[in-house]
Design a protein around this ligand. Sequence first.
Ligand code: PLP
Length: 225
Amino acid sequence: MSVVKNLERIQQRIERACVKGNRNPEDITFIAVTKYATLEKTKEILEAGIHHLGENRDQEFLRKYGHYGEEATWHFIGTLQTRKVKNVIDHIDYLHSLDRMSLAEEIQKRAKRTIRAFVQVNVSGEETKHGLEIEQVLPFIENLQPLHKIHVIGLMTMAPNTRDETVLRNSFRRLKTLQQQIQALHLPFASCQHLSMGMSNDFEIAIEEGATMIRIGTALISDRG
Ligand SMILES: *Cc1c(COP(=O)(O)O)cnc(C)c1O
């Protein structure tokens, strides 16, 4: 299966989910997660017209950025180690994984411009997952006020690793409820209008539940068809 074929299928699935969830497809940004993709595949993705790319490791991000830096909008979606911030922060357009104050402070120190960030939330409370617990999110965001290099544009989550639709739907709903609560505060440093949620196995449900950015890797580059 070529990237183009996979993309066609994914786009059909996105459209169907939009109809079902009464969503406007224009409100949803498709991020191609290229962490499993070779440089060649990444090029195919760009040539297929997808310009939002996501990477989760600093080394691989910098490698891809070295080749396609100018051609793409870059989303950093993985845990970012504090000591790696200085290498990557000025090349990133969106950070999806803000999850601790030490990271925020390092960004404040190093970034030359404002960083659009998602606060990562561990909605399911699974121990293996990164991110803040739901109750920690608002106090965390309030503490970001003096750090003017960071603008919180939304919340991000990785749903539990399950096929159980009810469990997935509930996770996404809880994130959306929290996002709406924060957005309603009209904090100048945290407009919080976006929801980064939905991966290969659950993006349709995420769209139905309000995702504005979906992050898709496997379904895009898989050869299984
Ligand atoms: C790998 C990854 C994705 C994409 O997952 P797929 O299941 O391959 O679509 C999305 N978000 C994050 C944070 C990831 O690490």
